[in-house]
Ligand binder design. Structure first.
Ligand SMILES: Cc1cc2nc3c(=O)[nH]c(=O)nc-3n(C[C@H](O)[C@H](O)[C@H](O)COP(=O)(O)OP(=O)(O)OC[C@H]3O[C@@H](n4cnc5c(N)ncnc54)[C@H](O)[C@@H]3O)c2cc1C
Length: 396
């Protein structure tokens, strides 16, 4: 059996893994990035919407290659059709781009390779290697052949279905209510507004989640739904989505050319995403916005933090949990409060009936909010519906 040796092995070439590999390699670490699929970024399991500001924070230069559409605003709708339209001046950084996600992921993998990381495609991690109570590498199946990759540290960037963390002994379980089940169609020939992302909320539309329309130009849009399984009394997520498409006139002559399905965790991150010789990033660490299900920016940020911390750990020659704990501090300082606040908001919104959601959206649409972001929206809700934010009002 073939054995590879390196400083850091990164499992999964999604945004989190590619960013981690890039920062490790840039810091001089001998890095191997593995990806189980035959193509980075495919098949698509994403609505492809991102806000704009964070790209600079993680050092990703804009590239027209992966920006499919530049949004000028967003629309929030309630079940009775009440809507709140935000133009760019109000939507601020919450409105952004609709990506070509498969090209975005490939661009990040290319950056990792350009920084010096080795990329092994069709290479699936099948277990971890333990010695003396520590993980010292991973077992893989690479192009059909069993092999071992021995490494001083592992980055588990294997996404929502992450097994690497669990194999390494980290509790990655997610409660049923902290899980959104999603399905999305790529609709063509539709009449949706091509300049606004649309979010439709309400129990009858998308229990415990929302329905989205993210336009990609030329009558094409990602139309999908994410729901909390236990709240779905009206059938499977697909049935909710099909019902919506059947009655919305904008989709009368439209058809789906692509279907994507998947899960997003909607909890506020793992209790601890590091252990001796291992760091979990992105979806594998459950670091994803619990309210919007947006996780691309979180994966990129945590990948970057992991890379930086591993370079420092290598300089000390110490990959123990204590030495990797700065990673915990970095992501918590940057994101924990917001993740917790949005988790609480998601919990409360899930409890509200359609009537109350209609009222909430009416209230927001008539409020004078200077810049619309989750914080300002919750501030308005706090003034008029204090019960909705009970328990996390200190974060608003
Ligand atoms: C339907 C849907 C819509 C979404 N829409 C949006 C959106 O509009 N905006 C947004 O910001 N976020 C969205 N998300 C969430 C977003 O896709 C994730 O948060 C993001 O992809 C997380 O990046 P990651 O690198 O952590 O994991 P992933 O992108 O999931 O990457 C993990 C990689 O690891 C690989 N892998 C897994 N197991 C192994 C293994 N054993 N060995 C080797 N490789 C392995 C996988 O093949 C994959 O390439 C959506 C999610 C879903 C399901």
């Amino acid at each position: 059996m073939k054995t590879y040796e390196c400083d850091v092995v990164v499992v999964g070439a999604g945004p989190g893994g590619s960013m981690a590999a890039k920062f490790c390699a840039e810091g001089g670490l001998d890095t191997i990035l593995i990806e189980k699929k035959a193509e980075v970024g495919a098949p698509l399991r994403c609505a492809e919407g991102v806000s704009k500001k964070w790209l600079e924070e993680v050092g990703i230069a804009l590239d027209p290659l992966w920006i499919r559409a530049d949004m000028i605003g967003a629309v929030i709708k309630s079940p009775d059709g009440t809507q709140f339209k935000l133009d760019e001046s109000k939507a601020g950084t919450e409105v952004g781009y609709v990506l070509e996600r498969h090209l975005f992921d490939k661009a990040l993998a290319r950056d990792a390779v350009a920084a010096g990381s080795k990329l092994m495609m069709r290479t699936s991690c099948t277990g971890v290697i333990r010695e003396g109570g520590r993980v010292v590498g991973i077992k893989v199946k690479s192009m059909g052949e069993e092999a071992e990759i021995r490494a001083k540290a592992i980055v588990a960037a294997d996404g929502y279905e992450s097994q690497v963390g669990r194999w390494a002994g980290i509790d990655t379980n997610v409660k049923l209510n902290d899980l959104n089940s999603c399905i999305q169609y790529r609709m063509v020939n539709c009449d949706a507004d091509m300049e606004y992302c649309e979010f439709i909320i309400g129990r009858s539309i998308a229990p415990g989640g929302y329905l989205w329309i993210f336009p990609k130009g030329n009558g094409v849009a990602n139309v999908g739904i994410g729901v909390m399984g236990p709240l779905c009394k009206g059938g499977e997520p697909k049935e909710y989505l099909d019902r919506f498409l059947a009655i919305d006139p904008r989709f009368k002559d439209s058809q789906a050319v692509e279907v994507a399905a998947g899960f997003v965790s909607t909890c506020p991150g793992l209790d601890c995403a590091v252990d001796d010789n291992i760091i979990l990033v992105g979806d594998a660490a459950r670091i994803i916005d619990p309210l919007t299900g947006g996780g691309i920016c979180h994966a990129c940020r945590t990948g970057m933090y992991a890379g930086k911390v591993l370079v420092e750990a290598a300089a000390k020659g110490d990959f123990s949990k204590a030495s990797l704990m700065p990673y915990e501090k970095m992501w918590r300082d940057r994101m924990e409060d917001k993740l917790y606040r949005n988790w609480m908001a998601k919990e409360r919104l899930a409890e509200l009936d359609d009537e109350t959601i209609n009222e909430l959206v009416r209230l927001i649409s008539t409020s004078d909010i200077e810049e619309v972001n989750v914080y300002n929206l919750l501030k308005t809700v706090k003034e008029k519906f204090p019960k909705v934010v009970e328990g996390f009002e200190h974060l608003i």
